[in-house]
Every structure is written in C-alpha cells, then in structure tokens.
Design a protein around this ligand. Structure first.
Ligand code: TTP
Ligand code: MG
Length: 354
C-alpha cells in the first residue's frame, strides 16, 4: 500500500483555521523569490501547483489565502500519521513527511477474499487518519511499489485504488509515459518525439527503438511499463544518528590533516545517509585531546542536510570555533555525525520558502 496525504501543508492550514475550509489556500514563500510548496485543491483549479514561483500563483489565483509554511507543525502531524501507519503494519517505509509505503501482505484479515481484504484495509487506514487528525489521504494498493504509488495518485483527493494483477495493463497503458520512475526531463522529450506518449506505447515499442531512446536501461523501463517491480518495502531502522570517527595512534597537532580527515568522514556520513534517504538537522563533531578529555560540539540548522559539502562546512566551522576557544591542544580522536534525522529529502530548503 502507498499512502499519500492530500494537499498536505494546505490541508493542515485549513484544519487549524476553519475559516479557510473550502477556500483556495496557497502555502509557500511569500518573499520576492518565494516558491509554492503546495496549494489546496480549490487553488489547483486555477492552475496553481507545487514549485511554481509565488509571483505566478498570485496572478493565477488572486483571491487565495497565502500562507507561510509552519514546518514544525507539519512535522507534528507527520508523526501522528506515521504512528497510525505503525498500527497497520510493522513494515513502513517513509518517503517524505506525508507519504509512505506499507507492506500489508501479512496483515490482511484472512476471512475475506484478498481483494476485499485489501480494500477494507485501505478504507480502514483512511478512516483512522481522518478520525485521528481530521485530514484526508489517498491510498493505492497493488502487488508492488510501482503500481501502489501510481494507484494512490490515480483518484486524488480521498482516492482509493486497488490495481489487481489482471488489470495491470488496463491501468498502466493509458498513463503518460513520464509517470514511470526514472523517466525525467532528459528522457521524456526523446520518447515524445518518437511518438511514445503513454506507458502502453512504450510497452509495445520494438526493443531496438527502446535501446536507442533509453540506452542500457531500456529493459528496466520495459519491465516497469509491464508493471513488473521487485523492490521490497524497506522499513528504515530507527537510526538516531549517523557518524564516523577515527582514533589515532599518536596525537595530531596540526589542523590541516585533521580537516582532511573531517572531510573524509563527512563524505562517508553523507554517503550512508543518502543510501537510506535520511537527512539530519544537527551536525556534531567529537574530539578527544591527549588527556582523554572528550568534547563534542554541535549545531542545529533550520533545515535537514545530507550532502558532503553541507556536513563538512558545518563540521569545519565547529572545529575552527573549538580551535579558537581552546588554543588547539593536540587531538587523539576526531569524528563527525548528523542527528535529528528525518526520512526523505526536504523538497525545498526551508529558507527558500520563507
Ligand atoms: P505532495 O504529496 O507531493 O503534495 P500534497 O500533499 O501537497 O498534495 P497531493 O499529494 O494531494 O497532490 O507533497 C507533500 C508536501 O510536501 C506538500 O504539502 C508541500 C511539500 N512540498 C514542497 O514543499 N515542495 C514541492 O515541490 C512539493 C511537491 C511538495
Ligand atoms: Mg501528498
């Protein structure tokens, strides 16, 4: 099952301020270069959508209520809905604040035929979310991730779609080819120029043409177009932090090599975080001096990061501040880590939205 909340930020604003119910609401950066984070379905009718410049949204829908994001409130609601997901399955893979895969294969009531049991579970989850939060979600159910994800988007908002095994082509064939994972800005125009507009057209194209258009990965896309996807739901382990440290056999009394090691550690932390689609708001360094006194310094940012450069920039600043304040005694151990972890990438850095 794939679950995705409807107009998440905007729906929370409408929930918290009932005067906004049924009204066009646009959440995003209100400054000069602000960007739309999301719009209520009432505002979408005017053509407003995520990632659009706010200036454009103001032209399209002048009567809308324009609201700055309240990320911490959205995170609070996100925790509530993830608590509900946990009640439905032990296997939950969060993709972002408002979206997750649930492997429910082992959690279906056995007294019913499978399709019925699935539909009932989907409905039950939607009802539990609504009862606990007052918000609506859309769900997609199928035997794999690709179909479940496309299913949740099929009849948004408040949609519920079950793609049965024998209906795969019926469901996939008419969808635009750009809906397949991995077909992005670069590949899409090439396919369109070749007359491949739908998933069904891709599925029926000759392999030689697909190889020319899609390169080495053509068979992968052909499998997706046939609704074949073997990926399993990967629940994230409850990591609290990701860190890497080294203890030296001798004290190091120069800053240059220590910074170099800090950078390597930052790269490893970034790589491990990226592999799990995690990012962190807090960066810490750990140091031990020759007297075995261990010191840690940390800093918490307004948005989560997980790139080498971002982590290293923070770690270096922390290290330099420590050198300035301590007079830089020789170092025995140095490490860097991130914590305050969250699933997925933030769509936009928060400061771009403010
Ligand atoms: P989405 O699930 O993509 O969008 P949505 O929940 O607002 O609307 P729907 O699912 O019904 O189509 O993203 C979830 C939240 O993430 C969204 O409410 C705001 C935020 N977001 C951004 O900040 N920038 C973006 O570009 C996108 C796509 C989302
Ligand atoms: Mg959503």
């Amino acid at each position: 099952m794939h679950v995705d909340m409807d107009a998440f930020y905007a729906a929370i604003e409408q929930l918290d301020n009932p005067r906004l119910k049924g009204q066009p609401v646009i959440v995003g950066g209100l400054g000069q270069r602000g960007v739309v984070a999301t719009a209520s379905y009432e505002a979408r009718r005017f053509g407003v959508h995520s990632a659009m410049p706010m200036a454009r949204a103001r032209v399209l829908c002048r009567a809308a209520h324009f609201i700055r994001p309240r990320i911490s409130r959205y995170r609070e609601v996100s925790r509530q809905i993830f608590d509900i997901f946990d009640r439905f399955s032990p296997l939950v893979e969060g993709l972002s604040m408002d979206e997750a895969f649930l492997d429910i294969s082992a959690c279906l009531p056995s007294r019913q035929p499978r399709a019925e049991a699935l539909r009932e579970t989907g409905r039950g989850l939607q009802q539990a979310i609504y009862a606990n939060t007052g918000l609506t979600a859309s769900v997609g159910m199928a035997h794999n991730k690709l179909l479940a994800k496309l299913g949740s988007d099929y009849r948004k908002p408040r949609g519920r779609t079950y793609v049965a095994f024998e209906k795969v082509h019926l469901f996939l064939d008419p969808l635009p080819v750009g809906r397949l994972w991995g077909i992005g800005k670069q590949t899409l125009p090439r396919l369109q120029q070749a007359g491949i507009l739908t998933i069904g057209q891709l599925r029926r194209s000759p392999p030689s043409l697909l190889e020319t258009l899609l390169g080495q990965r053509w068979q992968h896309y052909l499998r997706l177009a046939n609704g074949v996807d073997q990926r399993v739901v990967k629940p994230e382990r409850a990591d609290k932090s990701i860190s890497r440290e080294t203890t030296f056999s001798q004290d190091i009394a120069e800053q240059e090599p220590l910074l170099e090691i800090l950078r390597l550690h930052a790269a490893e932390v970034a790589q491990r975080a990226g592999a799990k689609s995690l990012s962190g708001r807090t960066v810490s360094i750990k140091l031990r001096d020759r007297h075995f006194a261990t010191i840690s310094r940390s800093r918490t940012l307004p948005h989560a990061i997980n790139s080498t450069d971002d982590i290293f920039a923070q770690a270096r600043q922390l290290f330099q501040d420590w050198c300035d304040s301590s007079g830089f005694p020789a170092v025995r151990l140095i490490g860097v880590g991130i914590s305050n972890l969250q699933a997925g990438d933030d769509h936009q850095p928060v400061d771009e939205l403010l």
